[in-house]
Design a protein around this ligand. Structure first.
Ligand SMILES: CC(C)(COP(=O)(O)OP(=O)(O)OC[C@H]1O[C@@H](n2cnc3c(N)ncnc32)[C@H](O)[C@@H]1OP(=O)(O)O)[C@@H](O)C(=O)NCCC(=O)NCCS
Length: 188
């Protein structure tokens, strides 16, 4: 049986492992949706070690890592800054990245990870959490909606020379819902 994930903040010496994980989880998530070259270009731009080292050092960003023993199994990034105009809640913080390795999904770990993100958002003084999600990422949309996030608008997201219109979701930090585990996993 796989032990549960633990969660900790990212540090500068996580840059290489996080770059690998970020590239892997991005490709796992979007490879069936978008062109191979566009995905590769995005990964090259955002997930090479120097870019990830800058992310880990960015005072506007808070990175949480989901860990299995010595291995990284997921990461999230909370980002401060001006949100799109559709976000009207007080003290907003963006959930800019929220990714688990495919092997870690579908057994309640994402829910536990969101709890850790909620605690981190509170620690940072946020009252509202918002995010943009790729409109074809039905699993993630279902996950957020089941936890109380509601679509409040849209935003443009440039990718592969095109502009995608991503739904924007938000929730009050204290109103995130955490369903009781069903005891069912994908294996059962
Ligand atoms: C989105 C993501 C973080 C969700 O994580 P997850 O581990 O799959 O989520 P969970 O297992 O906690 O919940 C998913 C479903 O599994 C089911 N589940 C199975 N076992 C469970 C358990 N023990 N406890 C709770 N839910 C469980 C639930 O029914 C839940 O359904 P729901 O979302 O309709 O409530 C994850 O799928 C992921 O990383 N996807 C790829 C990256 C991505 O798309 N990120 C979002 C970018 S915006």
């Amino acid at each position: 049986m796989t032990p549960p994930l633990t969660f900790r903040r990212g540090a500068s010496d996580d840059a290489e492992a996080l770059a690998n994980l970020a590239a892997r989880t991005f490709l796992e998530t979007y490879r069936d949706f978008e062109e191979v070259q566009d995905n590769a270009d995005y990964v090259a731009k955002h997930f090479q070690v120097p870019a990830v080292a800058r992310l880990l050092a960015d005072p506007q960003a808070a990175t949480l890592l989901a860990v299995w023993g010595a291995d990284l199994a997921g990461y999230s990034v909370l980002r401060a800054g001006t949100p799109p105009s559709c976000v009207s809640g007080a003290k907003p913080l963006q959930l800019e990245r929220f990714y688990l390795a495919e092997a870690a999904t579908g057994r309640g770990e994402g829910t536990r990870f969101l709890r850790a993100v909620q605690a981190e958002a509170r620690r940072l003084g946020a009252l509202t959490l918002w995010l943009g999600v790729y409109h074809r990422n039905a699993r993630a949309i279902r996950f957020y909606e089941a936890r109380g996030f509601r679509q409040i608008g849209e935003r443009d997201f440039p990718f592969g020379g095109k502009i995608f219109v991503d739904p924007v979701y938000a929730i009050a930090v204290d109103e995130i819902r955490f369903p009781e585990p069903t005891g069912l996993t994908r294996e059962s």
